[in-house]
Design a protein around this ligand. Structure first.
Ligand SMILES: Nc1ncnc2c1ncn2[C@@H]1O[C@H](COP(=O)(O)OP(=O)(O)OP(=O)(O)O)[C@@H](O)[C@H]1O
Length: 317
């Protein structure tokens, strides 16, 4: 098995008010793989995605663990060094592609500026930008000359993906990249990400509410619940043989979500625990049909098969 390009080790992160958004997350991203992060709203997916690129919102505090990019501890680097790595080694695409661009500059100018630390003349950088725009399916001359607001939502997301991949990073983090798009556009962007992954060779970490997107795009899936990764598995194993009761609940609510590409993660009875005061034992126990007395203590991390990991008292090793 190839060594991880990105390694999250026992990461804990809190927001003001003592909200423990990440509680000991460990997760590896392997070169060239597509890893999906799934889970209900508020379980910590976006927080994990931004921690992976060390772009934390103000007030967020790392209270334990680390994130290693090719062995380098991102949390120990200066902001300047982290900026150097962003774009070159690791890049991010957001739900709203406008966040990637300055509204008052043309796309072409910005794609040249993004290459500030790259080799080559401005003409070469413009050529590189045009080539990447064409890879994402945009007519380069037209896109280069446009302001961000002059592109449609789908075109803007394509341009944002081109910007993220310009320096051919080893890892692309995509946080709900298709949520703001209609179904047809979503399918096109998913297809595009798959193509680009094969061509650029980068690993992709995708945060999404859509089970269909995960089934279509991902090699592996990490399921999050209340700030923890409760199950990691290859995508086929997860859908055919989900082991954590929470994963089962997610999937059993709406099996059609797996075949249609429109399925949002269904809702499950009960609520997420208060992350400012999480229970000492299994966080899912209050909603779990299998819960028993033992679930009041922290669940073990079980490895029932080589590529699988589950955080649960009820899963046999
Ligand atoms: N900037 C912030 N300040 C305070 N609390 C925050 C902040 N960002 C997120 N949180 C809290 O941290 C927890 C995890 O939020 P996060 O956005 O990571 O979850 P998520 O799974 O991505 O949810 P969604 O799918 O709705 O985006 C939630 O309880 C949320 O309210």
């Amino acid at each position: 098995m190839s060594e991880a390009v990105l390694n999250v080790e026992d990461l804990a992160l809190s927001y003001p008010g003592g909200v423990q958004a990440l509680r000991g997350v460990s997760l590896q991203v392997r070169p060239g793989e597509v890893l999906g992060i799934a889970g209900e709203s508020g379980c910590g997916k976006s927080t994990l995605a931004s921690a992976m690129i060390s772009l934390l919102s103000s007030g967020a505090e790392i209270t334990g663990g680390a994130v290693y990019l090719r062995g380098e501890n991102l949390m120990a680097l200066s902001e300047r060094d982290r900026r150097r790595l962003r774009g070159r080694e690791i890049a991010m695409v957001f739900q709203d592609p406008l966040t990637a661009f300055n509204p008052v500059l043309r796309i072409g100018e910005q794609l040249v500026d993004f290459q500030v630390n790259a080799e080559g003349s401005s003409r070469e950088k413009r050529r590189r930008a045009a080539a990447m725009l064409s890879k994402v399916g945009l007519e380069p001359d037209l896109a280069l000359s446009r302001f961000p607001h002059e592109l449609s939502g789908g075109m803007r997301q394509r341009a944002a993906i081109a910007a993220a991949l310009l320096m051919r990073p080893a890892v692309l983090i995509a946080d709900e990249p298709t949520t703001a798009l209609d179904v047809t556009m979503e399918a096109q962007i998913i297809h595009l990400l798959r193509e680009l992954q094969a061509e650029v060779g980068c690993a992709i970490v995708i945060v999404t509410h859509h089970l269909g997107v995960i089934a279509e795009l991902c090699d592996r899936v990490a399921v999050m619940y209340a700030g923890e990764v409760v199950e990691v598995a290859p995508v086929d194993d997860l859908y055919h043989d989900p082991l954590h009761p929470y994963t089962r609940a997610l999937l059993s609510c709406d099996p059609s979500a797996l075949v249609e590409h429109t399925g949002h993660l269904p809702t499950i009875g009960g609520r997420l625990p208060d992350l400012a005061d999480p229970p000492p034992g299994c966080a899912f126990a209050p909603r779990c049909p299998l819960a028993s007395e033992s679930c009041a203590t922290p669940p073990p991390r079980v490895r029932p098969a080589p590529a699988r990991e589950v955080l649960c008292h009820k899963v046999a090793p």
